[in-house]
Write a protein that binds this ligand. Structure first.
Ligand code: C2E
Ligand code: CA
Ligand code: CA
Length: 408
């Protein structure tokens, strides 16, 4: 008798599941008592008595093995059903090391129970093979992750990271106004690795803090060098990406201050790129955002339009620039709604005194549309791919030879 479609009431003594059955759901006891039991020498042996709040039946769902015991209601009992989909999607979204831990612990638990009972529940060879393959895959994923984590640590010590710079141009005359610093990892065995493959892991392991500090140090040194070399371009700015974990580190602003002072960079030329995701962290961001602003650093909201895009962030936090995500820029030629979104963002930004940067500009048609709609800045392969600081310097000396200081 179900009270709704996820809770179920069992009368006293009724069976919830039987040993050997395959399990497609787990249960949480909401009211009453559940008994977990097995047969030993034709006798009913009580293994566990579960009270409200306990979860049971999850083992079969996690590792696909048959139910290893019987479950029945002791008195009238109300259970919440947790479907295999609910359970598996959570597990598969979790860290591979946690998945491995869960599965290995389950395996150990089952083995102990088997030894204790003197039997072997994994009788079918097919079930056994599937089970082992599943465990092996989880193990391989976890090993891959642990290895990558170690390699990231070594990469930091051995200075295998480097920065590329992508120009950000003024759309009125397409002159370079500044650069976005983009990290790369030159791994001796695997070659060049893009940030998409390691930034997330660096965040999970908190290695993002020292990596991010290295990015700040390098980006400040490079932009100071470029600005001193190209005198009349003294106002070249640099955009640095910061992820949520970095910003939660209380020292981040102190470190940024120290590095920009060391290289005598006007904070006005350093743009802190953040994404909307950090506003969901629940952390109090207003303090450091206000402090950065007071120092003169600019805040750029990156990938705008993707994710949660709540306009309330724009009024709540002191944001100076918005970067319209490349997906809109790339769709705008054919898709009127993408165009409408960019137009709306520009309208809001204008009203709130923010600057708009169009990201991922690849064609002159996109550039023209962005400019016509009122974007001030553009970034994308049309203007230049990310390149090393040496190439940037070379290119600037061809574009602005008259600005280059004679190096004595
Ligand atoms: P992002 O901040 O959105 O950076 C822009 C990405 O778009 C870069 O990818 C860039 O190479 C790419 N891109 C630029 N112009 C175009 C274009 O015209 N067309 C297309 N299709 N793509 C374009 P990249 O360098 O692989 O960086 C990926 C992401 O990694 C960045 O996205 C950023 O979120 C993160 N990231 C990069 N460097 C750092 C860093 O130093 N620290 C942190 N925390 N994250 C970083
Ligand atoms: Ca960015
Ligand atoms: Ca972006």
């Amino acid at each position: 008798l179900g009270t709704d479609n996820y809770t179920r009431i069992y009368e006293d003594g009724s069976v919830i599941f039987l040993e050997g059955e395959s399990g497609d759901r787990a249960y949480v006891v909401e009211e009453g008592v559940v008994e977990i039991w097995c047969h030993r020498d034709n006798e009913r042996v009580l293994l566990q008595e579960l009270k409200p709040g306990a979860i049971f039946g999850e083992m079969s769902v996690i590792d696909g093995s048959p139910r290893s015991a019987n479950a029945s209601a002791n008195g009238k009992t109300k259970l919440i059903e947790v479907t295999s989909h609910q359970l598996r999607s959570r597990l598969s979204n979790s860290d591979p090391i946690i998945q491995l831990l869960v599965k290995v612990l389950l395996e150990r638990f089952r083995n102990e129970r088997r030894v204790h009972r003197g039997d072997n529940l994994l009788s079918s060879t097919e079930v056994k093979a599937n089970h082992l393959a599943n465990l092996q895959q989880t193990g391989e994923d976890a090993i891959h992750k642990i290895r990558l984590e170690k390699e990231l640590e070594v990469a930091l010590q051995k200075e295998e990271f480097f920065l590329l710079y992508q120009p950000i141009v003024d759309l009125r005359d397409q002159r370079i106004s500044g650069f976005e610093a983009l990290i790369r990892w030159d791994n001796p065995l695997r070659g060049m690795i893009n940030p998409a493959e390691f930034i997330e892991l660096a965040e999970e392991t908190r290695l993002i803090v020292p990596i991010g500090e290295w990015v700040v140090e390098q980006a400040c040194a490079d932009i100071a060098m470029l600005n001193s070399r190209f005198a009349a371009q003294e106002n070249l700015f640099v955009n640095i990406n910061f992820s949520g974990r970095q910003l939660m580190d209380k020292h981040f602003l102190k470190h940024l201050r120290k590095e920009s002072e060391r290289h005598s960079i006007n904070p006005d030329l350093v743009n802190i790129e953040i994404t909307e995701g950090i506003f969901l962290s629940g952390e109090n961001l207003s303090d450091w955002l206000d402090e950065s602003r007071t120092d003169g650093y600019k805040i750029v909201l990156d990938d705008f339009g993707t994710g949660y895009s709540s306009l309330s962030y724009l009024s709540k936090y002191p944001i100076d620039k918005v970067k319209v995500d490349k997906s809109f820029v790339q769709a705008m030629e054919k898709d009127a709604s993408a165009r409408a979104i960019i137009q709306a963002v520009i309208g809001i930004a204008r009203a709130m005194n923010m600057t708009v940067v169009a990201e991922g500009v690849e064609t002159s048609a996109q550039m023209k549309l962005c400019h016509d709609l009122g974007c001030e800045y553009g970034q994308g392969f049309l203007f230049g791919k990310p390149v090393t600081v040496d190439i940037v310097s070379e290119e600037l000396s061809t574009s602005f030879p008259q600005n280059e200081l004679a190096l004595s």
